[in-house]
Design a binder for this molecule. Structure first.
Ligand code: NDP
Length: 290
């Protein structure tokens, strides 16, 4: 089904990038947006913009949503319920895993099938080799539409549970967002001592490159709930976490992030993990002692 058409609903930066990718691959592409004017450049490039949302749904079996959140899906689709029967709705909007599961039921009640997706690159990288997308939902439905979805980015199917793509998306963003804040916080600490960010850059870059090696043993330790102490014990690293928090306070910079990290060590020590490895923090992170 090389020429399978697709309907894209939601024309923010991400939706627009997907439409352009489908057009570049000669896929008949129907578009719809709450603010119709946003479709104009895409129509000039070959997309079809029907007068009504129902017509946009009618145009193709495959309907991709690229909206701010799942509430936007209900706002748009609730009034056109009948037009959803038989459709495959691929929701590439971010939201919580719970809302993804609820959406699967809501769409099933309207005889439509949900695939949940999470795009892992910014809009300019859509359709490039760098792009990959998590999916979850019914495998046979995914398999039918995989050739079309592949145009957006490399598909990574995570399983039948609709929540999975969203959880994978958020787990990656959890690391990404926290790391970016940690980098900026560390930069602020150094700048408080008169060191420019550009001087710190290569040191931070080297650490980011090395970070993956810390995961070699960590994943097994976490899965086995076995955290044998080594040179880097919770007690030793907790003292360092305390020094970072205190240095931040002394420097007059924001202390929320180092205090959060310090609290993991404090809780692990209180739970008896002092002589275990840092991976034992997992136990107090996954089951907070309060
Ligand atoms: P935007 O928030 O810019 O897109 C908003 C789209 O949703 C617009 O089409 C907007 O319509 C529509 N919309 C929002 N609220 C409603 C509503 N209540 N009813 C109807 N339509 C609504 O997001 P992006 O395009 O940047 O991203 C889309 C999704 O992709 C998001 O979930 C985002 O998290 C995810 N994503 C984005 C990335 C990026 O780099 N941009 C990267 C990875 C994921 P209107 O034009 O009328 O306002």
């Amino acid at each position: 089904n090389d020429a399978q058409g697709v309907t894209v609903i939601g024309l923010g930066p991400m939706g627009q990038a997907m439409v352009r990718t489908f057009l570049a691959n000669d896929r008949p592409t129907t578009v719809w947006n709450r603010t119709p004017a946003r479709a104009a450049p895409l129509v000039a490039e070959g997309a079809v913009q029907p007068a009504t949302l129902a017509e946009a749904l009618h145009a193709n079996d495959l309907v991709i949503l690229s909206l701010t959140d799942y509430q936007a899906m209900y706002d748009l689709l609730d009034p056109v319920g009948d037009a959803l029967a038989g459709k495959v709705v691929v929701n590439l909007s971010s939201d919580t895993p719970r809302r993804s599961r609820e959406a699967a039921t809501w769409l099933a009640d309207r005889k439509a099938t949900l695939l949940v997706g999470g795009i892992m690159v910014p809009a300019p990288l859509v359709g490039t080799d760098a792009a990959y997308v998590f999916y979850s939902g019914p495998r046979p439905t995914f398999d039918v539409h995989e050739p079309t979805l592949r145009l957006i980015g490399k598909p990574d199917y995570r399983g039948e549970d609709h929540a999975l793509a969203q959880v994978f998306y958020q787990a990656q963003l959890d690391i990404f967002l926290t790391s970016l804040s940690a980098y900026l916080h560390a930069t602020a600490l150094l700048k408080s001592a008169g060191v420019p960010a550009t001087t710190f850059r290569p040191y931070a870059a080297a650490l980011f490159n090395d970070m993956a090696s810390y995961l070699d043993q960590a994943a097994e330790s976490v899965d086995q709930a076995h955290h044998p102490g080594d040179l880097a014990t919770v007690l030793m690293m907790g003292a360092t976490a305390d020094h970072v928090a205190t240095a931040s306070k002394d420097a007059g910079i924001d202390t929320a992030l180092p205090n959060a990290v310090k609290s993991h060590y404090d809780n692990a020590i209180a739970a008896g993990h002092s002589t275990n490895s840092w991976t034992s923090l997992y136990e107090v992170i996954s089951t907070p002692p309060f």
